[in-house]
Write a protein of this length. Structure first.
Length: 73
């Protein structure tokens, strides 16, 4: 698992991009959002921002994004 990601801004490794894509797809599926929509682009930006801020790993990112959606509801 990629839990020890260094939160320095830079290029992502292919396996990191794959995991971030999986997080985006799961959140979009949970919320019924088309992956080609502006809302999906906003979520993708949130995923990247969180990962660069030190929140890393699929479970952690999903938890952060799910709790932020619940707080906004």
């Amino acid at each position: 698992m990629l839990q020890n990601h260094n939160p320095i801004v830079g290029a992502f490794e292919p396996e990191e991009l794959q995991m971030l894509q999986q997080v985006l797809e799961k959140i979009c599926d949970q919320r019924g959002i088309l992956k080609s929509s502006a809302s999906a682009a906003d979520i993708a930006a949130d995923v990247i921002t969180l990962s660069q801020s030190g929140f890393w790993g699929e479970v952690q990112l999903l938890a952060m994004l799910t709790s932020s959606a619940n707080a906004a509801a």
